[in-house]
Design a protein around this ligand. Structure first.
Ligand code: PLP
Length: 491
């Protein structure tokens, strides 16, 4: 068994307390569960072996991770700060209140709710708060004045029917929306009537006139903006105008780009906090915090949002709320702002080089942290490209392109993001090199022919092994220059 702390202390001149604590914890885990400790280190090795171009992932600080590894996990604290269903929550109250205040300051909003365990949970909390507060009809007015326990069985049934008859509009999955934005198989499409809007097939962009027309017909309770795979700015001022015109609540899910909002890259009409009634996000993507969710809202929705637990969620995760507080503090710094700007500069550099190499990008470029490659010209599916690139040392994910002919499983696109590599310190020069490596692999990858049918496979491809080998060497050289968690020395 290796002693990570000893290796660090003997090899490094500086003695950072975060590193010492972190390594001591890993060393300890090796004594209580060698298998789990081994898997943690194997995951580190895996992440060190590939260039992480997954747009939704990042590398959090050791401080963020350390804040999660402690006794706060032992505490139940259902309710919200200073209003709990459990005794002895004074310290958790203070942790949660501090995280919430930091989030409010960071995003300049009235209210923050830091309990959601994930982005999907944050969306459920937000939907539920809107359903509770904003359905305007006489029956609901009457119910709001009553204690829920006093509803008759008939009233309760009427309430249930009313709730699931509400409509909302979100970006479709194939246009870059998230599963929780009304994808048929997701609860979001069943707890309300879900309608989706698409991007314009000609430009690949959101067309606000088309969205407005659709909204006038549907008159949704909620107009939802936000994406997981849309490479361009959203004009939130225009979306808010549409919501106002049809009397909808304007909700923004900024799970992917919250870090770009916090880092002040998205300003003016591209800053959703200035226009949304309610916002949701993850805390682990561009925001670079612990895995978790967050809801932000204006004052009028705060009471309902605070009832996320127990109405939607179970007990909060106090240790994760502590880690969120650390991450929000980090995001307040100039370093983080520079980081956020660099993410987008890197994304531009990546896109530029792809275009220079003759590749087709959905929308022809990017305004944010992600790039969507249209693979049609290569005659391979996203699945084939993803596998070939992984062999070459690049982790990317396949993604549908608008109106994809290959469906959600095989796809015709690749989604690439720069947040993680930017955390490692890579810049434009490295992005250019990555674009060159990636393009070369794609150019030398062909689909296999299925023997039984004679047709081209959507799942299996062949890449010239020499090309893979060359790519692997170039990837390794980049990884060596920008090591991940270099303090952890595995012998
Ligand atoms: C990632 C994402 C989510 C879900 O976050 P989880 O933490 O995985 O639940 C929700 N909405 C959008 C737009 C996302 O990109």
């Amino acid at each position: 068994m290796q002693n990570l702390l000893d290796s660090y202390l003997s090899k490094s001149k500086e003695k950072r307390s975060d590193v010492i604590a972190y390594l001591a914890a890993l060393d300890h885990l090796q004594t209580v569960s060698p298998s789990i400790a081994d898997l943690i280190l194997k995951e580190l090795v895996d992440q060190r072996t590939y260039l992480k171009l997954i747009a939704s992932e990042n590398y959090s600080s050791l401080s963020v991770q350390l804040a999660m590894g402690n006794l706060l996990t032992d505490k139940y604290s259902e309710g919200y700060p200073y209003h709990r269903f459990y005794a002895g929550c004074e310290n958790v109250d203070a942790v949660e209140a501090e995280a919430a205040t930091l989030a409010q300051d960071l995003f300049e909003v009235d209210h923050a709710y830091v309990q959601p365990h994930s982005g999907a949970d944050a969306n459920l909390v937000a939907f539920w708060a809107i359903l509770t507060e904003r359905i305007q009809n006489p029956f609901m007015e009457k119910l709001r004045k009553k204690n829920p326990d006093e509803l008759s069985p008939e009233e309760f049934e009427e309430l249930r029917q009313l709730l699931c008859n509400q409509s909302f509009m979100g970006l479709s999955l194939s246009s870059g929306g998230h599963l929780t934005h009304g994808f048929r198989q997701n609860v979001s499409a069943k707890m309300m009537r879900a309608h989706t809007y698409d991007i314009d097939p000609k430009t690949g962009l959101l067309n606000y006139d088309t969205i407005a027309k659709q909204a006038r017909k549907i008159k949704p309770l909620i107009l939802l903006a936000g994406y997981s795979a849309y490479p361009r700015h959203i004009n939130f001022a225009k979306m808010r105008e549409i919501a106002d015109e049809v009397g909808a609540v304007f909700m923004v899910d900024m799970a992917h780009f919250a870090g770009l909002v916090a880092g002040k890259v998205f300003q003016g009409e591209t800053n959703p906090t200035k226009f949304a009634h309610i916002l949701t996000t993850t805390t682990h993507k561009t925001l670079r915090g612990p895995r978790g969710g967050l809801v932000l809202c204006e004052e009028s929705l705060s009471q309902s949002v605070n009832k996320g637990c127990p109405h939607v969620l179970g007990g909060p995760l106090p240790h994760v709320m502590a880690a969120k507080a650390i991450a929000f503090r980090e995001a307040h710094t100039t370093d983080f702002r520079n980081y956020a700007h660099q993410i987008v500069e890197n994304s531009h550099a990546l896109a530029e080089e792809f275009i220079h190499q003759g590749l087709k990008l959905v929308t022809g470029g990017t305004d944010n942290h992600l790039v969507l490659i249209d693979l049609t010209m290569f005659g391979i599916t996203g699945r084939i490209a993803e596998t070939a690139l992984r062999q070459a040392g690049l982790t990317v994910n396949r993604n549908m392109i608008p109106f994809d002919q290959n469906g959600a499983w095989y796809t015709s696109g690749l989604r690439l993001g720069t947040p993680a590599l930017t955390t490692l310190g890579m810049g434009k020069k490295e992005m250019k090199e990555i674009a060159l490596i990636l393009t070369k692999v794609l150019k030398h990858t062909k689909p296999e022919t299925v023997k039984s049918t004679g047709q081209l496979s959507k799942a299996r491809g062949i890449t010239d092994p020499k090309i893979i080998e060359e790519a692997r060497t170039r990837v390794q050289s980049l990884l060596d220059q920008y090591p991940l968690y270099p303090e952890i020395i595995i012998s």
